[in-house]
Design a protein around this ligand. Sequence first.
Ligand code: UD1
Ligand code: MG
Length: 471
Amino acid sequence: MTAVADRPIVAVVLAAGKGTRMRSQRPKVLHEAGGRPLLSWVLEAARSAGCTRTVVVVGHGADEVEARCAAPDVGFVLQAEQLGTGHALAQAESALPAEALLLVLSGDVPLVTPATLHALRAAAGAGGAAMAVAELDEPGSLGRVLATPEGSLERIVEAADASREELAVRRVNAGLYALPAPEVFEQLRRLAPDNAQGELYLTDAVTAMAGERPVALVPLDDAVEALGVNTRQELAVAHRLLLGRTLEALMAAGVTLLDPRRTVVDPQVEVGSDSVLHGDVTLRGATTLGEGCVLHQGAWLEDCRLGAGVVVEPYSVLQGARVGDGCRVGPFARLRPGAELATGARVGNFVEVKNSRLGAGSKANHLAYVGDAEVGDGANIGAGAVTCNYDGERKHRTEIGAGAFVGSDTMLVAPVRVGEGATTGAGSVITRDVPAGDLAVGRARQRNIAGWSRERRERRERSRRSDDSED
Ligand code: UD1
Ligand code: MG
């Protein structure tokens, strides 16, 4: 048989459990912390540690888990009935090479780092098997790890099965192992559910393995890596810690966070150096920011691309938008999917932009709706202007040429075109194209009624009423 150190490395993630204590319809490993599902963090750690293949054991909510976490380097095996962690790992055997070093991870232990996986691999390379342990002040429901005088594994005892003395042990099983296959599968076949939970424990197989070869104990650099998420409380703690890692990385890369406790950033977000994020800023999904951006309080961005030097004023919501260098957005602005702002454009108070391109230096500063429109460079869209893009059945486009001036409260009934440098009078309803350079006024002409005043009208009303009462 090949030496363990020379066998291919495959990660196996146990993720079939129901997670009863979450009190949820959703599979436990799909609950999100720090901006992604718990399981995705584990898969990402395996990837970063150089695992080219990962097998996930799914069961509870299998279809949902597979759909959410599918990737070319990830395979799934089904554990139809959840009979314990040992039974779960046994299901993976058919999907694995005959000889391998397995990095066995738990789908609910999301803080595991690539460094720990490297350490497990290295430790297993020597003796053949290794597991991660942590010293905790409050070991709670985690399995307790008893060591031999030489410092390798003697026995793992689940909290539910532990004696009073064993419960006092502070060294816990983090649920992360490097185990040789096929040897571990031989141990799994011998398991019996003779314990408090009536389950087939992986921990019993690891204990049995320690009778044949030393199982190295790898202490975690940071005990938080051992945090397993079994309750909503633990989910909240994991969320804080994972988010904290993302924010630390941003600060290390030269981003100022004025109130990190109130900033939420998803892990794949990229922020250019010298950008400043005020408190209550949320950056989600595939968002990227260039250098020197300033995001004020209450900016909420999802899947957006911002250039350099963009300022987002307070309480603006941007989704699926592209914003060029030096643009200003907000306060209280809304950019919806397909909004594209060229260099230096300005979208101000209570303006909504959807599926529209605003040219360089163009402005829509107050109370406007710009939907399905192409706005030329330097155009100005007045307060209250609306592109009426929807006729109840279909959407139509509006074109506004470079340097055009759309007067306040203009209704542009699409499809319609306002030519370059053209102007529309305030309050106009524009239904026909406006040639370049022209002024279009589309509203009722004002009529002044000479000598009409409210006082005179009221006097007339009063005298009419007194005439009526004399009848
Ligand atoms: C397990 C360990 C415990 C360790 C802890 C670390 C065992 C018996 N105990 O306990 O020593 O301290 O993890 O977090 O292994 N799962 C399946 N199929 C099953 C049961 C579980 O896939 O039939 C999966 C779960 O989805 C979960 C992982 O295995 O991702 C761990 O299972 P869980 O029930 O959370 O075990 P713990 O009680 O946390
Ligand atoms: Mg657990």
